[in-house]
Design a protein around this ligand. Structure first.
Ligand SMILES: O=P(O)(O)OC[C@H]1O[C@H](OP(=O)(O)OP(=O)(O)O)[C@H](O)[C@@H]1O
Ligand SMILES: Nc1ncnc2[nH]cnc12
Length: 182
């Protein structure tokens, strides 16, 4: 088995399915057991940090809230800065704003206008790619704030929701890696 396949198996084995949460019909992928497992959380953090360095990122961007939990330790492990993209009304000062739909609702995301140096290479990290609404809006914000997207890494892709296809126009040719696909 390859290292990538072994990592995927380890991570997948620590993600719990919760049917009908937060709404009937949604199969929620709960990453709490993965975060609570030092081996799996450590392996995930090291994989994200390695990818950030490989791609030459200088900042790792995390998406509120679960994306923060993955992106911030990865940024630290890679010796890079961390930038939060937050839900509306949480960031002080001037912000760029983007509204979007997600699998079970809709929301607005924001990033601080001065979060990046012009053209700064950044990696975007989140836990789940479902419809692609959250990451798509975030990539638009990263671009609006003047950074250069070098890649996106997502822990788990829900392939049946076609988020990858929806994201393609927002990627500008940058790679989208997903560690586990279901
Ligand atoms: O591809 P999409 O359909 O946009 O869905 C994926 C997003 O949904 C979840 O975030 P949520 O907004 O539920 O927030 P949380 O991380 O604060 O729990 C998840 O963490 C992703 O960011
Ligand atoms: N099915 C799902 N499980 C966990 N997080 C999600 N975000 C959007 N859809 C999700």
């Amino acid at each position: 088995m390859t290292d990538i396949a072994a990592l995927a198996d380890l991570l997948n084995s620590r993600i719990r399915d919760v049917p009908d949460y937060p709404k009937p019909g949604v199969l929620f992928k709960d990453i709490a057991p993965l975060l609570a497992d030092a081996e799996a959380f450590g392996a995930l953090t090291r994989a994200l940090a390695e990818r950030a360095k490989e791609l030459g990122a200088t900042k790792v961007v995390g998406l509120e809230a679960r994306g923060f939990v993955l992106a911030a330790p990865a940024a630290f492990a890679a010796g890079l800065g961390f930038v939060p993209i937050r839900k509306k009304g949480k960031l002080p000062g001037e912000v760029f704003q983007k509204s979007y739909d997600l699998e079970y609702g809709s929301a607005t995301l924001e990033v601080q206008c001065d979060a990046f140096e012009p053209g700064e290479p950044v990696l975007v990290v989140d836990d789940v790619l479902a419809t692609g609404g959250t990451i798509g809006a975030s990539l638009d914000l990263v671009q609006q704030a003047g950074a250069r997207l070098v890649g996106v890494v997502v822990l788990m892709e829900l392939g049946f929701l076609d988020g990858r296809e929806r994201l393609t126009p927002h990627l500008g040719g940058a790679p989208l890696d997903t560690l586990v696909t279901v």
